[in-house]
Write a protein that binds this ligand. Sequence first.
Ligand SMILES: Cc1cc2nc3c(=O)[nH]c(=O)nc-3n(C[C@H](O)[C@H](O)[C@H](O)COP(=O)(O)OP(=O)(O)OC[C@H]3O[C@@H](n4cnc5c(N)ncnc54)[C@H](O)[C@@H]3O)c2cc1C
Length: 476
Amino acid sequence: MFYNFGMTTKEINSFTHFDNNVISYLTGIVGQNNIITDSEGIYAYSFDCAHIPFNKQYPKVVVFPQNTQQVSDILKFANKKRIPVIPRGAATNHAGGCNPVKGGIILHFSKMNNILEINNQDLTCKVQPGVVVGDLQSALKAIGLFFPPDPSNLAVSTIGGGIALSSGGPRAFKYGTFKDYVLDLEVVMADGSIIRTGAPTVKNVTGYNLTQLMVGSEGTLGIVTEATLRLIPAPETSNVMLVYFETIENAVDAVSGIINNHLTPSVIDLIDKKTVQTIENFYPTGLLCDKDAVLLIEIDGDTASVKAQEQKIIKICNEYGAKQIDCAQDEMQKQKIWTARRSAFGACAQLAPNVITEDVVVPRSKISELSKGILDISRKYNLITMVMGHIGDGNIHPNFALDLRDIKQKRNFEKAKEELFKLSVSLGGTLSGEHGIGCQKANFLPLALDKTTLQLMIQIKKVFDPNYILNPEKML
Ligand SMILES: Cc1cc2nc3c(=O)[nH]c(=O)nc-3n(C[C@H](O)[C@H](O)[C@H](O)COP(=O)(O)OP(=O)(O)OC[C@H]3O[C@@H](n4cnc5c(N)ncnc54)[C@H](O)[C@@H]3O)c2cc1C
């Protein structure tokens, strides 16, 4: 059950009310070429990467604003008419975060995709929400700067989506996630007013930290129309290696060994045997397919430091029983390894009509228990599961390959999912490390949050969005 925020059924049902005047009004704001109302277009925007019909509804209209004022005008209107507004980047989130579960207006940011400024002195940049993460990283790399968050689909995912989910990626172990790089946001509130949440400064303790409240709020508190991000100097060089172990426990112990030796690789990812086999079938690169676990380790820094780190890590991994260590010898091998890693989701998608990527996080010391528990749960419910994740952060992504049209499989998956969340919480972890809650996990929040905390969150939502128009039924 979703919280109804004290609204009557009549009020909630009034969300579906829509007429042609609405379309004319929105066309007046964004122009004829920036609006979709035909049924094929509407269908295409009725789901996101989670691809699960949560309370299946279609948006009534998709609009492509080109500036903040247009977003403000749309929200003023939608708020007055009580029409839901669902912000959308590349729609690659796994949690049903862009699902128009109450119909309404999809606000698509692909036409607000400019890098407005890169400030070499202050080490900041100002961007619109539709900028693709990979495009920003390329523009920065060309001038020796670095924005580290790297969701594995950075070739398509957007800054707006990354901020709304506080996305991470493999490099989070050393560099953190989106939340660590957002200094200031321009946000359009539910009533159309435009605010700034922070300042373009690295330090700021001026009032409540609204910037961090917005980060990870999944479009439920306001719409991000501009972001000032913190940058760092790009590391001089990097290298990547694959280290194979007979068991997941051996791999986890080796990770502790690396960290206890005061080494901080930029990436420590775990890929299990089933995932390696699936990647190798899909994108053959010569990965070793008969070991239970492989660590993908990336180190960065200046050339001498990378060499030294590499030698130390090889020594430690051998002490922990590594069966094979493959270090990339040149840029091409590096890219090959990364492409294989980033192909994992696509590869899993070959196995069944649906792939559901879960996202749980535990203290790093509990990774072995979590991984073992995931495989036990999968066996119990007869599910094909591939385990991978950012082991350095305690963040695991089991990929479940299944056919959701099969009622029994679907039911089994639902049971497995609940057990997975309970397991994560029982190990001191929580429901999401980087993919967010969306509508997929909203029902499970009480597992991880106490009643008072949940009530406080509901009150915050009411203050920011009293008419409940912003991305309804997400998160709470
Ligand atoms: C193959 C694959 C690999 C992935 N790898 C990773 C990974 O390594 N790490 C990781 O963290 N995630 C990963 N993801 C999940 C997801 O892609 C990322 O979280 C990504 O940052 C989402 O960006 P998007 O542009 O697709 O956002 P969307 O899916 O479009 O939106 C995400 C959320 O943000 C909200 N939103 C979008 N724009 C705005 C805005 N302007 N203002 C307010 N709210 C907004 C939406 O309503 C929604 O709730 C992966 C996904 C795929 C498919």
